[in-house]
Design a protein around this ligand. Structure first.
Ligand code: 5GP
Ligand code: MG
Length: 174
């Protein structure tokens, strides 16, 4: 991969955002033993750092959601391609994803999980491409709003590469 990358949030900036979110979540979920639901694969670095920064007990589970097609733009319909392992009845769920774009992924995941009668369902994203939203979805915890550029790193990929970068960068020209 030989893309020209422009770092927008270095590892320290990412850590500061994660820490701020973890403080809020620890306060709000004290005594509620939440299940952190990571949306594979982009959520992995964020979920791992967020979970370790929490000061309260929490469980971790994962699901995978894919929009049809694999291009740079997500195409519309979203389906759950890997499901949770456990019963979530009466549990407090916090859906964790790295980024919200159109909002379709989070909206679909939240709707599907609500059908299973959890006690509550909220969402946390590290970065929010708010200007791109096409569906209305409430996101309780947002690290920072970002411009409409194609981002990679800290879970975000281009053709499955760059997810392991410790920073978030924009692909130059996007
Ligand atoms: P949404 O369903 O909100 O449109 O899109 C969410 C998904 O689209 C994310 O989980 C991520 O996989 C992908 N996505 C959205 N914007 C970007 C971006 O700037 N870079 C990368 N690598 N993926 C993105
Ligand atoms: Mg992708």
């Amino acid at each position: 991969m030989d893309d020209d990358l422009e770092i927008l949030f270095d590892a320290e900036a990412v850590e500061a955002l994660v820490t701020g979110l973890a403080e809020r979540i620890s306060r709000d979920y004290a005594g509620r033993d939440p299940v952190l639901v990571g949306v594979l694969k982009a959520a992995v670095p964020f979920l791992a750092d967020l979970a370790r920064a929490l000061t309260i007990p929490a469980e971790i589970d994962f699901l995978e959601a894919s929009s049809y097609g694999s291009g740079i733009a997500s195409s519309g319909a979203v389906r759950i391609t890997k499901d949770l392992d456990r019963d979530i009845t009466a549990r407090h769920l916090l859906i964790v994803d790295c980024i919200a774009d159109s909002g379709r992924t989070l909206k679909t995941v939240m709707e599907r999980l609500r059908e299973r009668h959890p006690a509550s369902v909220e969402a946390a994203v590290l970065i929010d491409k708010r200007v791109r939203r096409v569906v209305d979805v409430p996101i309780r915890y947002t690290g920072i709003a970002v411009p409409d550029r194609f981002l990679v790193g800290y879970g975000l990929d281009k053709a499955q590469h760059y997810r392991n970068l410790p920073y978030i960068a924009a692909v130059r020209g996007s």
